[in-house]
Each structure stands twice: as structure tokens, then as C-alpha cells.
Design a protein around this ligand. Structure first.
Ligand SMILES: Nc1ncnc2c1ncn2[C@@H]1O[C@H](COP(=O)(O)OP(=O)(O)OP(=O)(O)O)[C@@H](O)[C@H]1O
Ligand SMILES: O=P(O)(O)OC[C@H]1O[C@H](OP(=O)(O)OP(=O)(O)O)[C@H](O)[C@@H]1O
Ligand SMILES: O=C(O)c1cccnc1
Length: 490
């Protein structure tokens, strides 16, 4: 079971406008009106071809802590509007203090490969409640999905060599550091240096030593000897404090003495200079000394591009320590996920599709209560089709490319079909079984294997087909026309 990260009430972890709109829904008698929202992103991060969904378990933790306590209500009661009078009505605050979530959430399991415009989470319930959840859900899913994806890319670049996540010191605060360690492990990292993340999430913890250890002695050899004395079963010597190849020679001296004492040196770490050249030279020195099992660990601002380049240069690095660029998603610091209303019930209790128009077709949201069906054959995933659960006849599925509607592809009934969104919360209660991070990591591997290498490559990846089921496409087109006419002046 995930240890609760959050032990405080979290209903106020939201943008003020969610609460002002909520008072609006309440005052206009529409707070209980049923609505459906979708959380999705519009483009794969890092100019990549895929994205790894993550963060769902944190949503469960957040929902468990969703309540307006007496202190929260007191705080809200003190907020003032422009005229200096209370922003919120006392009766509305009483309503909030008695609020119990009754939403249904459907979500894509963590570790699933997902694509732009596909809902990662779908929230159905009283519109006021759906609205109150928006900001926190985006906060939780956007960040962890981004970092899990970055991690998967870095791990793909190492081609299976272990990646150690070293990012805590450069992460965005305490919570960012913990969530990043979790997401990095989901994406494929072998271990973290973050000990609290290790304890909370059962992630293996690993580490070497810092330059300060070497600098605290008069010479490097004494530093390595003392470290070996203190930690004979965890010796990875950082060799670049003064002269890297001299450092390797000192490590070898200590490694051979350790062996005589019945221990094996685990590795050396390179943290500066030309990592390809130094790793090749260090490997030669280690092998010549008979220390063939000693691993070369490298760190220093690594990311998937540098790792790919180092591999191409024949670097003999066996373990990769990656911090800053992983946990901060350095080259793209936000996923840009959004949360849009798909449908709302009218006074008669009938679902009304809703969409948000945009100048750019790609930004116009898709109406309905959406589900994603992934079609697969023996070779892997063929296409994902979004459909509207409110009005779907899926006996024969014709997929329409929303950006090129002439491109209509019938999907053969012989294909396997899996619906990506699964029930996770019903009437406010979590109904999804807890998944270990091991299960989630395995899912990432299995899922990535379903996709063509062209979709997975980092340079100019092939777009994977994601389309709208024909009836949904027609519905969207109809509602685009209707929405435009709403705006057309008489
Ligand atoms: N052979 C290589 N090919 C491509 N990139 C490399 C190679 N070796 C190191 N790098 C990367 O180059 C970047 C800068 O390395 P550089 O050697 O300039 O800095 P540094 O070694 O940290 O400098 P300093 O000695 O001041 O610490 C780092 O991201 C590092 O991982
Ligand atoms: O480069 P990153 O991918 O962010 O990996 C983490 C970095 O953090 C440490 O450096 P730092 O200078 O903070 O401490 P040190 O004195 O132990 O090298 C470590 O040596 C790595 O270089
Ligand atoms: O254990 C390490 O080598 C380590 C830990 C944090 C940051 N950099 C390196």
C-alpha cells in the first residue's frame, strides 16, 4: 500500500476560480447538474512519439484527503471581494463543509503508453465537484506523466544499462523531488539516491560518494582507503576530483586490497571531462588490473541525447547517473495537459455535448463522454480510436483522422481491442486495486514493445494513428457548426 504522502486536507489545493465558479453553480441551482470532463494533453513531450501515463496513485491519495475542514472554511470565510465584503456566502461555505465527493473517475492505468488528445482521466459527476478537482488532477498527472516519459526516453537511450536517478538536489522542491523519483522509477530507472522516496515507494536506493569526501582528506588515495574501510560493500569511487586517470589508478590500488580482504569494488564514477574517452581509458586500466567486473558509472548533466552520443562514441559506461535533466524535464518543463468539459445534462436530464472552439482545429476539444479503444494485432498496436460512450455503435469501427477527414479507415473486427480507460472511482470511493511500482514498470516495458520502433525513436518519430470513431467525428463537426452559430452576430 502506498504510504500516504498527504496527511493534510487538500480541498484548498486548487485555483481560486474553481471555488468562485462553484459558488456560481451553487447559487444558480446547478451544482448537482451531472457533467463529464476529460484530462488530456495536446502533444507528446520532448518532440517524442509517445507518452507514459503516471500519477494516478497520487490522485487516490489526494481524493482521500479531499475535505473542507473547519479551518479551511474559516480561511475561505475571511476572503474578501472587491468591495471588501466576504467573497463567499456563509450558506455556500456550509455546503462545502458538508460536501462528500460522489464523482466517478475512469483513468488509464499508470505505465500505459498514451497519445495526444486521448483522455488520461475522465471525471463524471456533479459539475461543482468535477470543477473542484480540476487543478489538483492536472497538477498530479501533468508532472508525473512528464517525468515518467523523460525517464523512459533516457532508459531507452541506455539500451538496458541501469539508470540511477540522482535528481533530488535539483528537483522542484520536496514534493517535486519525491514525485519525480517515483515517476522516474516508473519510466524505467533502476534505483534512486532519494532515500525518502525509497522508503515511501519501495524504490531501490543506490549511491556512490561526493567530491567532498575526497576533498576532506589530504590525498585521494587515503580518501578511497578510508571509504573502503568504512563501506567495504558499497565501493564506487568518484575518480575525477583531481586527475581522472590518476583517480582510476588509485581506485585500482584500493580495489585490489579490498579483494585481498574478501570484498569486491563495485565501480568507479566519472563526473566530468570527456566521458567517452575517459571511460574507454578507465576500462583498459581496470581490465589490465584484473578488475573486469568493476562497473564504470558516469554522471554530469546527462540526458537521452548525450547518452545516445556517448554510446555511439563507444563509451564503456555500464551505469548512468542522471539527475537535473531528468527530474526537471529540463528541455520541456511542463506537459501542458488540460481538463475540458465534454458534456453536461440539461434540465430534462439529457446529455448535451459541449466543446471549446479554437482557431486551430487541433485545439478544438472533442465533445461527448469519451473512451479510447486500442486496436492490436499479433505485431502490436495498430491504431487508437476515440469514441463517445453516450452514443456508440462499435460493431464496425471506422476511424476518421480529425485533421484529414477524407482519411477514413475501417478497422477490421479481427483485431484485438482494449479500452484504455478503466473504472477507478465510483461514487467518490476508490474501486481500483493498488498497483505496485513493479507492476507499473512492467506495464511500461510491455506497452512500449507494442509500438513500432519508428514511433519510439527519438529523432522525428512516426506519428501513431489516433482517430475519432465516425459517429464521434460527425458529432464533433455538428457541434463545431452549432458553436460557431452561437457566436455569429444576428
Ligand atoms: N564524449 C562526449 N560526448 C558528448 N558529450 C559529452 C562527452 N563527454 C561529456 N559530455 C557532456 O558534455 C557536457 C559538458 O561537459 P564538460 O566536459 O564541458 O563539462 P565538465 O566536465 O562538467 O566541466 P568541468 O571540468 O568544469 O566540471 C556534459 O553534459 C557531459 O555529460
Ligand atoms: O549532473 P546531474 O545529472 O544533475 O547528476 C547529479 C549531479 O549531482 C552531483 O554533483 P554536485 O556537484 O551537486 O555534487 P558533487 O560534489 O558530489 O559532485 C553529482 O556529482 C552529479 O554530477
Ligand atoms: O550517489 C551519488 O553518486 C549521487 C547522488 C546524488 C547526486 N549525485 C550523485
Amino acid at each position: 500500500m502506498l504510504t500516504n504522502i498527504y496527511e493534510t486536507s487538500l480541498a484548498l489545493l486548487t485555483d481560486l476560480y474553481q471555488l468562485t465558479m462553484s459558488q456560481g453553480y451553487w447559487k444558480s441551482g446547478r451544482s448537482e447538474r451531472e457533467a463529464v470532463f476529460h484530462l488530456f494533453f495536446r502533444s507528446n513531450p520532448f518532440r517524442g512519439g509517445y507518452t507514459i501515463a503516471a500519477g494516478l496513485e497520487y490522485i487516490f491519495d489526494y481524493l482521500k484527503q479531499f475535505r473542507f475542514t473547519a479551518e479551511d472554511i474559516k480561511y475561505l470565510s475571511q476572503l474578501e471581494g472587491n468591495d471588501g465584503r466576504p467573497l463567499f456566502a456563509t450558506e455556500f461555505l456550509t455546503y462545502l463543509s458538508e460536501l462528500k465527493l460522489s464523482c466517478d473517475l475512469d483513468a488509464v492505468p499508470e505505465g500505459t503508453v498514451v497519445f495526444p488528445h486521448e483522455p488520461l482521466v475522465r471525471v463524471k459527476g456533479p459539475i461543482l465537484q468535477c470543477q473542484l478537482l480540476e487543478t489538483a488532477l492536472l497538477n498530479l498527472i501533468n508532472f508525473q506523466t512528464l517525468i515518467a516519459t523523460k525517464s523512459a526516453r533516457i532508459c531507452a537511450a541506455t539500451g538496458g544499462d541501469p539508470v540511477l536517478e540522482f535528481g533530488l538536489r535539483r528537483a522542484q522542491g520536496i514534493d517535486g523531488g519525491l514525485a519525480a523519483s517515483r515517476a522516474a522509477y516508473i519510466g524505467g530507472c533502476a534505483a534512486t539516491s532519494n532515500v525518502l522516496a525509497g522508503k515511501l515507494f519501495e524504490i531501490p536506493v543506490k549511491g556512490t560518494h561526493a567530491h567532498s569526501w575526497v576533498m576532506s582528506f589530504d590525498d585521494e588515495l587515503s580518501a578511497f582507503e578510508e571509504y573502503a574501510h568504512a563501506m567495504p560493500n558499497n565501493c564506487v569511487f568518484l575518480v575525477d576530483t583531481y586527475d581522472t586517470l590518476e583517480g582510476v589508478r588509485n581506485a585500482i590500488r584500493v580495489g585490489l586490497r579490498l579483494r585481498e580482504a574478501g570484498h569486491e569494488m563495485v565501480g568507479i564514477r566519472l563526473d566530468s571531462g570527456d566521458l567517452a574517452q575517459l571511460s574507454i581509458e578507465a576500462r583498459q586500466l581496470l581490465d589490465a588490473a584484473g578488475l573486469t567486473s568493476v562497473a564504470i558509472v558516469a554522471s554530469n548533466d546527462l540526458d537521452e541525447a548525450v547518452i545516445t552520443s556517448l554510446k555511439a562514441q563507444g563509451a564503456t559506461i555500464a551505469v548512468w547517473g542522471v539527475g537535473t535533466k531528468l527530474v526537471t524535464a529540463y528541455d520541456q518543463p511542463a506537459l501542458g495537459g488540460v481538463y475540458k468539459l465534454g458534456a453536461i445534462k440539461n434540465e430534462k436530464g439529457e446529455w448535451q455535448p459541449k466543446l471549446k472552439l479554437s482557431e486551430q482545429a487541433i485545439k478544438t476539444s472533442t465533445p461527448g463522454m469519451l473512451q479510447v479503444r486500442r486496436f492490436q494485432n499479433e505485431a502490436g498496436a495498430v491504431a487508437d480510436v476515440m469514441f463517445n460512450e453516450l452514443n456508440a455503435n462499435l460493431d464496425t469501427v471506422v476511424m476518421v483522422d480529425p485533421l484529414d477527414p477524407i482519411n477514413r479507415q475501417p478497422l477490421d473486427g479481427g483485431l484485438n481491442a482494449v479500452d484504455l480507460l478503466v473504472p477507478v472511482v465510483r461514487n467518490g470511493d476508490i474501486v481500483y486495486r493498488h498497483e505496485s511500482l513493479t507492476t507499473i514498470r512492467e506495464r511500461v516495458e510491455q506497452q512500449l514493445a507494442l509500438f513500432h520502433v519508428g514511433v519510439r525513436r527519438h529523432e522525428n518519430p512516426q506519428p501513431y494513428p489516433v482517430g475519432l470513431e465516425q459517429e464521434l467525428y460527425d458529432l464533433k463537426t455538428e457541434w463545431i457548426h452549432r458553436a460557431r452559430s452561437i457566436q455569429t452576430p444576428l
